[in-house]
Design a protein around this ligand. Sequence first.
Ligand SMILES: *[C@@H]1O[C@H](CO)[C@@H](O)[C@H](O)[C@H]1NC(C)=O
Ligand SMILES: *[C@@H]1O[C@H](CO)[C@@H](O)[C@H](O)[C@H]1NC(C)=O
Ligand SMILES: *[C@@H]1O[C@H](CO)[C@@H](O)[C@H](O)[C@H]1NC(C)=O
Length: 401
Amino acid sequence: MKSLKSFINFALFCNVLVIISNVSVAQDTKKNSTTAKGRQNFPPVEEIGSYGVEKLLNLNPTDMLEYINEFCSRGAQINNAAAFDYKDISLTLYDGKENTPFLLANMENLMQHPSFNKTHNVVVFVPGWLSNLQESPNAAADTIYKAYECRGSTNFLVMDTTKQINTLGASTAENTLNMGQYLANALKDLTESVKISQIHLIGHSLGAHIVGAAGRFFKSITGKNLPRITGLDPGRVCFVERNGNFDLERGDADFVDIIHTNPNGLGKEETIGNANFYPNGLNLMPGCNDAICSHKMAWRYYAESVYPSNKFGFSGKKCLTENLKNLTNTDCGGQSEPMGYATPATATGNYFLQTNSKEPYGKNSKNDKKCGVVEANIIDIFSSIATVERTDSPDNLPVWS
Ligand SMILES: *[C@@H]1O[C@H](CO)[C@@H](O)[C@H](O)[C@H]1NC(C)=O
Ligand SMILES: *[C@@H]1O[C@H](CO)[C@@H](O)[C@H](O)[C@H]1NC(C)=O
Ligand SMILES: *[C@@H]1O[C@H](CO)[C@@H](O)[C@H](O)[C@H]1NC(C)=O
């Protein structure tokens, strides 16, 4: 108990240090612990936990994974949620003019904003913390937003947790649950204006587990499931095995679809969704030489699929094998389903497809992204998903379009 308490204090200290001085590495004040033989000597778990994104990304990818795994295997069970304050978390409304943040506790103001249209679908995107550097701070959010803006008729909201989850130590399961719970309460408030059937949660990496938790909490406070959660390469960091109810899984919404782009690297390999898409099998994505690049492809592919002309840009073929090592065209010759935006809620099982190494990534995507396509009434489409009969014609698929 004493060591737990001192860890919490230490983590708090480290995070204050990070915030104040913007230095992400705490001083190594303790002796390095002994590690498994043949492996490198790792710093104490408290120190690894204090590493910020920058520090981790400066390690070479193999070392980065080693450090993360080391931390997770030794430190992930530690609850340091108390070290963080969630009162500052916002949902930011993107409208192409300015991005306006609204505190989670203040959804009323969001709903009154002139750019918020309650007849439109609500998409909430939660980015992953590890992919927010190296590019502009919200590359994933910006890219996905641009695609939804092109499609039109969407209230696009981003929950940026990077200020709260700024170290490896903060990316623990407990913090994920807390974030999810706050988001769930905000969503409940939103349902005063919008129908549950209009809400779609999307999370990348750690963000996928946050939206998973939001789905579960939403169910526990309203008794109702959200219709859809999309996990973009859900993070493996500290979520290697289900310990308790911490990671995104089918059941967290009526329909959970997953795009795996760095399985068993930064992303989970497990078939946690109703529909699991494995572009290029378990390999790095074409055009990528490392885990980080591959991990980000999940949101790049998803964003591309949101453009109306690319709805069927990524066509997954259902795998007849359960063995994930055999994700090939030979073993995956079943029913085709579109990956990404247009994945129908009836899709189930594992799907394989190949992608291009450059944009357009989808083998069937178009280079010209035509915008301004007028939507059918999105609410009708959402609520009809469960009842639409499946047909083999892509034009008749019950899609999110
Ligand atoms: C602990 O390990 C780190 C990284 O391997 C090393 O830089 C540091 O000098 C070590 N500290 C001690 C006290 O051995
Ligand atoms: C909301 O969207 C609907 C459908 O796109 C449109 O008819 C309506 O004018 C919009 N309302 C506002 C206040 O912009
Ligand atoms: C995997 O694919 C190889 C080559 O096609 C085949 O020999 C093997 O039986 C397959 N294994 C499973 C479990 O499907």
